[in-house]
Design a protein around this ligand. Structure first.
Ligand code: KIV
Ligand code: NA
Length: 264
């Protein structure tokens, strides 16, 4: 079949259908999630932590993410693949944003990009949209601004909820096809979801959002100390720990490899 497109995403909101998004960073997990019917995959700059071992998203580069995005596109055939524009690859100017997005689309085959911020990045979004690049917005806890927030904390409480609502409307106005809401109060996310004609994608933003996204290592139980908003659907850390210890024991004892694993 064909890939999911921005038109499918718009139609889902019209029909009131919820949908799931997960992150992916390599071909094998992308194939698995694709075959499970996940319609949209995000090559998040969370790769900075879960792939590259940094302690924030700030150090990861376009080069780092283009390689991963290409693998996710190769591993999937149905999902729309959205690539995160990393820190300092779009903030400087609309021209910088287009140059970065072009790398993801031309070198990796990404179908859309995501960038963080509201009214301060409207010129960037306008330029991308007029160049034919579908843009996903990201409001609330925007991890590339962790040093301004002073930590990873809930955003949009009280007065700043009005600011977030204005940002969301502005993103829709300049043509963003969806907006991620990260770590915002559920009632604010519900009001934003009702106010927008494009879908909201929640992460720690309550049940009213049109879609939900999680980092796959979080939902599979690989992350040591996941946030409150994470639901663990598997215990891969436990499974993998058990498996690798069993392998190690078998090698030391001589139980592996057996005759059935050997060539005669
Ligand atoms: O980088 C990421 O994984 C993200 C999602 C959690 C929305 O931006
Ligand atoms: Na991100």
């Amino acid at each position: 079949g064909r890939r999911v497109t921005v038109r499918d995403i718009a139609a889902a909101k019209q029909r009131g259908e919820r949908w799931p998004m997960v992150t992916a960073y390599d071909a094998m997990t992308a194939r698995l999630f694709d075959q499970a019917g996940i319609p949209v995959m995000l090559v998040g700059d969370s790769a900075a932590m879960v792939v590259y071992g940094y302690d924030s998203t700030l150090p990861v580069t376009v080069d780092d993410l283009v390689t991963l995005t290409a693998a996710v596109v190769r591993g999937s055939s149905r999902a729309m693949v959205v690539a995160d524009l990393p820190f300092a690859s779009y903030q400087a100017s609309p021209e910088q944003a287009l140059a970065s997005a072009a790398r993801f689309m031309k070198e990796a085959g990404a179908h859309a990009v995501k960038l963080e911020g509201g009214r301060r990045v409207l010129p960037q979004i306008e330029t991308l949209v007029s160049a034919g690049v579908p843009v996903m917005g990201h409001l609330g806890l925007t991890p590339q601004s962790v040093n301004v927030f002073g930590g990873y904390r809930v955003q949009g409480r009280g007065q700043s909820g009005d600011e977030l609502m204005a940002d969301a409307k502005a993103l829709e106005h300049v043509g963003a096809f969806a907006v991620v809401l990260e770590c915002v109060p559920a009632d604010l996310a519900a009001r934003v979801t009702a106010a927008l004609s494009v879908p909201t994608i929640g992460i720690g933003a309550g049940p009213a959002c049109d879609a939900q996204v999680l980092v796959w290592q979080d939902l599979m139980g690989l992350t040591p100390h996941p946030a409150k908003f994470v639901k663990k659907y598997a215990d891969l850390a436990g499974e993998m720990d058990h498996a690798v210890r069993a392998f190690a024991d078998d090698v030391v004892s001589g139980a592996f490899p057996g005759p059935e694993h050997s060539y005669r």
